[in-house]
Design a protein around this ligand. Sequence first.
Ligand code: SF4
Length: 185
Amino acid sequence: MRNNKYLFLFTLTFFTLGIVNIHFALLGFICMTLPIILLIKNQRKTWCQGYCPRSSLYTTIGKTKKWKSRNTPRFFIKGNMKWIMLLYFGISLSFITMSTIAVARGIKPAMEILRFLIIIPIPFKMPQLIDMIEIAPWVTHLAYRFYSMMMTTTILGLVLGLLYKPRTWCTVCPIATISDVILKK
Ligand code: SF4
């Protein structure tokens, strides 16, 4: 099965909705859980093979490249890079969970900026076209943290796709690594 060539519009819509209001970022949880639900149901990587908007984005941008792609580094395909990315993903999720609990308990204020690679603050505030009132601070914090994680991994994937083959990110994508582990079991 091949990705629909317009699926990348979902990725662009996701990031645009974050500018409309950051709480839309919570829709990204669907992108994280659906691949695993489909995997368990179908016993194959249905999401990766036909429905992933992110890989559609990389493929689409790859087609606009005017230079020749370099070969994907061997340690991406056969080495430990996918485990390093999985570790980053695990640390990131732990950070998101622990900091959201701390905000919910009033121990720390909500983070209302984006961060690259968990800790590097983006030096401007996201425009918010619509205000949502009476949303608990921990929900806002969770939304910013989640959007930051999606933004980071998408940028990393884009850089890899521009340097190497368009879908190089897929060789180290944590969702693919988790899927492989589940399938082996
Ligand atoms: S490996 Fe990751 S980015 Fe690639 S198709 Fe699967 S879920 Fe999408």
